[in-house]
Design a protein around this ligand. Structure first.
Ligand code: OGA
Ligand code: NI
Length: 365
């Protein structure tokens, strides 16, 4: 079973159409076979272990959002920790963030429920105009493929939604998504304020530059894979986003998400109740490089399917984004030019997943 892709070819501007297998079907029809198209080159192959060496102290920072509320005595410390996490790591986890465990559970349940529906039901939402059920990051017909299926939906603003692509099964999918989007958007706004404050500028600075959010949710489904050592669930990439809020699977706590830190891959452990936050390319640009968009990847395992849910919040601005002037001065020259969001996204999608290559597009030459 295949899903069809239609992709603009950057050099000719023509639309290319071809089909890509649905990985979940591949994996269930023949659980021991690994088609050639999924085999990564030697230098891309992951080292997969169930538990990482990431320790509390050496691992990615965990920020306690309850300390950042009001006048907590430790607020300044925690704010510095958050800012440093954004500068040094580009990735961190947040706890006590205000989104209830029950909502996070419901969200995981409806998303898993969707992927477990019969194929005939899921293909009703087959990807159209990037939204719906299919595969991420397919830019050419002959590229290596990732071991994952996705469901991608725009959530904000309302006119961006393609409601025909929003599943009606499980029956509470839409209302749960709606609630999750409302809550994660509040968290994204709060984080942007804190990150601005942590950078020593007015808390509204990033937010003003973002304008109204453009929001989307990418739900990733990684079936068990016969050879996790040869395959990538999601190839190394940085998110083209403003800020990403990722919900990990609690039923499969395999350390599947890896970030590249100082040239090494470090896994992001599952922390109960936490959300994983990462800075996207657009916030790196808006913060004039103060906060970093870090390369990351997802790997597979041979035992259990894994689901992850990435909520994206991007700037809408005036259709453009660029560094805020508050973070540009003699000591911090402007590193990025203003670019049109449309151009950036097109460029990002067409360059496939090649680490942080896409952001070069916005660099001052
Ligand atoms: C993504 C992503 C990681 C994961 O969706 O952009 O990086 O753990 N997902 O699935
Ligand atoms: Ni990502």
């Amino acid at each position: 079973m295949f899903s069809s892709m239609t992709i603009p070819d950057l050099s000719t501007g023509k639309l290319l159409s071809f089909s890509v297998p649905i990985v979940q079907e591949l994996a269930s029809e023949n659980p021991h076979a690994l088609p050639e198209k999924y085999v990564a080159s030697m230098d891309e192959r992951p080292i997969v272990t169930e538990n990482s060496h990431a320790s509390e102290s050496g691992g990615i920072p965990i920020v306690d959002m309850s300390i950042l509320q009001g006048q907590h005595a430790q607020r300044q410390n925690e704010l510095e920790k958050l800012a440093l996490a954004g500068e040094d790591w580009g990735f961190f986890q947040v706890i006590n963030h205000g989104i209830s465990e029950s909502l996070m559970d419901r969200m995981r349940t409806v998303v898993k429920g969707f992927f477990l529906l019969p194929l005939e039901e899921k293909v009703k939402y087959a990807m159209q105009d990037k939204q719906g059920y299919g595969q991420a990051f397919v830019a050419t017909e002959d590229q290596r493929l990732d071991w994952a299926d996705i469901l991608f939906l725009y959530t904000k603003p309302l006119e961006r939604r393609l409601l025909s692509q929003w599943p009606t099964a499980p029956s509470d999918f839409r209302e749960t998504m709606e609630e999750y989007v409302t809550e994660t958007q509040k968290l994204a706004e709060w984080l942007l304020r804190l990150l601005a404050e942590g950078a020593g500028i007015h808390p509204d600075c990033f937010h003003r530059s973002f304008g109204e959010f453009v929001g989307g949710v990418r739900m990733n489904y990684y079936p068990p894979c016969p050879r996790p050592d040869l395959v990538l669930g999601l190839s190394p990439h940085s998110d083209a986003t403003g800020i990403t809020i990722l919900l990990q699977d609690d039923q499969c706590q395999w350390e599947a998400l890896h970030i590249r830190k100082d040239g090494e891959w470090i896994s992001v452990p599952f922390v109960a109740g936490a959300l994983v936050i990462n800075i996207g390319d657009m916030l790196e640009v808006i913060s004039n490089g103060r906060y970093k968009s870090i390369e990351h990847r997802a790997v597979t395992n041979d035992k259990k399917e894994r689901v992850s849910i990435a909520a994206f919040y991007n700037p809408r601005g005036e259709g453009e984004f660029g560094p805020v002037e508050e973070l540009v001065d003699d000591e911090h020259p402007c590193l990025y030019r203003r670019v049109k969001i449309k151009d950036y996204v097109l460029h990002y999608l067409a360059t496939r997943l090649e680490g942080k290559k896409a952001i070069q597009f916005a660099k001052v030459s």
